[in-house]
Ligand binder design. Sequence first.
Ligand SMILES: [Mg+2]
Length: 116
Amino acid sequence: MEKNLTIKEIQEWEKSFTKKKHISQKEEEAIKIAIFKLVEETGEVAKAILEENWDEVPAEVSDVIVFACKIANIAEEFHKTDTLTNVMRRKIEYCEKRKYDTKIRKFDKPKSDEFK
Ligand SMILES: [Mg+2]
C-alpha cells in the first residue's frame, strides 16, 4: 500500500536537504533558484508529455512540487505567510464552491477575500 506524503513533509525535507547540501539559505539567492527551477521543471513536464515519455512525467511533476514547496517555505520563513497546508485546505474548500461551465470551460468566481 502507498504511504501518504504530506505537503508539510515535503516542505520539511526541502529545508533539511538544502541545508545538508549547502544550498544558499539567504532569501534573495534561494528565491531566485526556486522560481527559475520551478519554470525549468515545468518545462521538463511539458517536454516529457510532448515526447510521450509518460514514465518521466511523475518524476518531473515531483520536481515541480518540490520547487513550489521551496517557494512556499521562503514565503513562510521570510514573510510570515500562512502555511501552504492551511492555504491549500482553504483553496480546496473554495474550489468546491465554484461552478464549472462546460460550454466555456471556465469556473465562476464566487466572492472570496483571499482567492482572486
Ligand atoms: Mg526535472
